[in-house]
Design a binder for this molecule. Structure first.
Ligand code: HDE
Length: 742
């Protein structure tokens, strides 16, 4: 209908009568746009009409003929239009200019933080257990909600390595029927700062130094340590980063935290304060530092690959969403812990973590840029039943995300990008702007209006509107200051330290020693030790010894706190889904054993990778055994455990081994081993990984310096017994007894 001619309220002579108000929106809800041709299934028919057999989902193009963006078919995309084959290129070549211009603008600014990430689609299923404390519909029993989750590092650029020491982002977009809810969290439950106004400071300090732009994706440099040692509210978060939590084994094996305290509200209007947790079904596991460093070079995409491979293999990672609940008192404290201070946790022993739903990631994105890169999370994307608190860090975030996305995604219309579209009907009055793709109808995107018969109407809470909880705001003076309770910077770090096992403490000391050891300024190292002295004397003394400095004493009395055993990653047994077992063999090894071990590993839901001297397959009796990795392409970091099916000889490309091999067909049998196999075994040993061997593997283990009978070194059991023992060892992730402290 042409709204220019429609009646206004009261009617105008000669015009049609006013329409009765209806709930039909005059401006159509924004339907998802039909896919562009290059987003829909590609052609599976060649120009000559033959089936190409191409997988619909895997091919980029939509039709048999190449065209310009305007749909004109192209005769040639390999040569510019020239005045003669050796002559100058002509400006009138529109195809050349369109192709190059589009290419020139293919990149968008990377995120100012969390630039490096990987994501997956999935589903969230509510348990219904939160019904008493929140009216959020997606938490209802059995309700299924599509989700998109992006994991990230914080400091590095888009192309940086995955396994650096850093906090990890864990951002979840729930496409609920009541609007989109984003839980934009991290794998560490506390933050460096208590007030958002400090965010540019911590990030400027942590990012590469501005003069030479080094180091990339590292906190091990002067400016980071300068800031966090001067600004001691950062101590707790820094300690978590220096613990094994800073180098996760896999995104699939990380916890997630909402960090801030949120306020839930139920249908009767009663409120409860909560902290959100994600608990991974596979447990919380980490790399060891040397392994993480090697991985940064050998496979900078390690976490990205691990997530995508697991999902592709059907080993869907799962987390339970859980809440710690606290009474919503005016003080907003719990057992003396200030719930508005984001440098605090509440120990699980004081407030149990109660599961309220299950997240399953079950599909990889089909286009990294369109989905993982363009997704836009926002802590202010809330649904009825979930509200915020006055945590001053959260308040700043509520401003920052939309603001940064306007420049990163080129204007205010990025909610129309497919991955950002809500699954709830949209009837906003937002119009125009850069990259507007909706074709809005009507003439009255304003309220109140009469031309659209008063539509759209405002809903009340009874009709599902998001109504902020009318919390009391106490009368106060306008000030720039923090409450006194925010001044305790050391008791929570001390609790974390006291909760660690000896091996975890050894790792923390090594991490501080490495990071402070990389600083050039002596004063920063000394100040670092002063901070550690206020956490614990053993920690301070260990780091001081490694730096060759004197350990100072504390400047304030050490807090008397109870440890929280839940903070330690050790001591439990976990499922093995997706664990990777390297099976090293050559044609002279026990190939029957390799075949049966492969089958058993697969049956246990793990991934067997056969590592051979050269590519191809290992022959010799029965089916050939396919080689997935060669001595040249494999490194210990890829495997959670390494098995030796005998005593493999060197590969054809092993330095100095070729001649020995040519002269002696038995080279390698109990004598010569490939140096890369020896390296793999010694690394696996140092990194606390289970190692097993049979059929004469002992000589190779000895050559690698792996002591016979050491913890987690399994020999003399045949292939079946070896795998059984290795599987048992993997349940606790690593052979912790190998580390000195144990
Ligand atoms: Fe963020 N943060 N942040 N952050 N954050 C961003 O938003 C910011 C904070 C977190 O995968 C940015 O779209 C401020 C805490 C994740 O796309 C930016 C403050 C927590 C992601 C921003 C914080 C987070 C971001 C950059 C201090 C855990 C990645 C790009 C007040 C609870 C989301 C963007 C993704 C990204 C601002 C602190 C988590 C600049 C101002 C605390 C997981 O808006």
């Amino acid at each position: 209908m042409n709204r220019k001619n429609s009646g206004a309220e009261g009617g105008i002579p000669g015009r049609p009568s006013p329409q009765p108000p209806t709930v039909d929106e005059p401006t159509e809800p924004r339907e998802p746009l039909p896919p562009k041709p290059d987003q829909s299934g590609p052609a599976t028919v060649s120009p000559t009409g033959q089936e190409t057999g191409a997988d619909q989902a895997a091919v980029a193009q939509a039709g048999p003929y190449l065209t310009t963006a305007q749909g004109a078919r192209l005769p040639d995309t390999d040569h510019s239009l020239k005045a003669g084959s050796r002559g100058p290129v002509l400006l009138q070549d529109h195809h050349l200019r369109e192709k190059i211009t589009h290419f020139d603008h293919e990149r968008i600014p990377e995120r100012v933080v969390h630039a490096r990430g990987a994501a997956a689609h999935g589903v969230f299923q509510g348990y219904g257990t939160a019904a008493q404390i929140t009216k959020a519909a997606f938490l209802g029993k059995g309700v299924e909600t599509p989700v998109f989750v992006r994991f990230s590092t914080v400091l590095g650029s888009r192309g940086s390595a995955d396994t650096v020491r850093d906090t990890r982002g864990f951002a979840t977009k729930f496409y609920t029927t009541e609007g989109t809810f984003d839980l934009v969290g991290n794998n560490i439950p506390v933050f460096f700062i208590q007030d958002a106004i400090k965010f540019p400071d911590i990030i400027h300090a942590g990012k590469p130094q501005p003069d030479r732009e080094i180091p990339q994706a590292q906190s091990a440099h002067d400016t980071f340590w300068d800031f966090v040692t001067l600004h001691t509210e950062a101590t707790h978060h820094t300690l978590w980063n220096m613990s094994d939590r800073g180098i996760p084994r896999s995104f699939r094996m990380m916890e997630g935290f909402g960090v801030h305290t949120f306020r839930l509200v139920n249908s009767a209007g009663a409120t409860t304060l909560v902290k959100f947790h994600w608990k991974p079904k596979l447990g919380v596991h980490s790399m060891v530092w040397e392994e993480a460093q090697i991985t940064s070079g050998m496979d900078p995409d390690f976490h990205r690959r691990d997530l995508a491979d697991a999902i592709e293999a059907g080993a869907y990672p799962q987390w339970e969403l859980a809440v710690q609940t606290f009474p919503d008192t005016p003080e907003q404290t719990f057992e003396g812990i200030d719930l508005l201070d984001p440098t605090n946790i509440v120990p699980e022993e004081l407030a149990p973590v109660q599961p309220i739903g299950l997240l399953t990631l079950n599909a990889n994105p089909s286009n990294f840029f369109a989905e993982t890169e363009q997704v836009a999370f926002h802590p202010g994307h809330l649904v009825p039943g979930i509200d915020i608190t006055d945590d001053p860090l959260l308040s700043g975030r509520l401003f920052s995300y939309l603001d940064t996305q306007i420049s990163r995604l080129g204007g205010p219309n990025f909610a129309q990008i497919p991955v950002n579209r809500t699954h709830a009907p949209v009837n906003d009055m937002l119009r125009d702007g850069m990259h507007q793709t909706a074709v809005h109808r009507g003439v009255a995107p304003y309220r109140p209006n009469s031309l659209d018969a008063g539509c759209p109407f405002q809903a009340g809470a009874d009709l599902g509107a998001y109504v902020e909880v009318p919390v009391e705001v106490p009368a106060a003076k306008k000030v720039r200051e923090a409450p006194d309770s925010f001044a305790d910077h050391f008791s929570q770090p001390r609790r974390f330290w006291l909760s660690m096992s000896p091996v975890e403490r050894e790792h923390i000391i090594a991490a501080y020693s490495f990071e402070l050891g990389k600083c050039y300024e002596q004063a920063i190292k000394e100040r670092g030790l002063k901070v550690l002295a206020n956490i614990d004397p053993e920690l301070c003394a260990g780091v001081a010894a490694a730096l060759g400095l004197r350990a100072p004493g504390p400047t304030e009395p050490l807090a008397s706190v109870e440890p929280s055993p839940a903070l330690s990653q050790l001591g439990q047994t976990w499922p093995l889904d997706g664990r990777v077992i390297g099976i090293v063999a050559d044609a002279g090894c026990d190939l029957d054993g390799v075949r049966s071990v492969r089958q058993a590993v697969l049956a246990a839901g793990m991934v067997p990778l056969v590592v051979g001297p050269d590519g191809g397959a290992l022959g010799g009796g029965g089916e050939p055994v396919a080689v997935q990795r060669t001595f040249a392409t494999a490194r210990s970091i890829e495997f959670d455990a390494v098995l030796l099916a005998g005593a493999p000889g060197p590969a054809a490309d092993a330095i100095g081994a070729r001649d020995a091999k040519a002269g002696d067909p038995a080279a390698g049998r109990g004598g010569e081993s490939d140096p890369r196999v020896l390296l793999m075994l010694s690394e696996a040993y140092r990194h606390g990984k289970a190692i097993g061997g049979w059929a004469g593997a002992d000589s190779v283990l000895a050559a690698a310096g792996v002591p016979a009978g050491a913890p987690g070194v399994v020999t003399g059991h045949g292939e079946e017994g070896t795998l059984e023992e290795i599987t048992r060892l993997l349940g606790s992730h690593r052979v912790w007894e190998r580390f000195e402290a144990a």
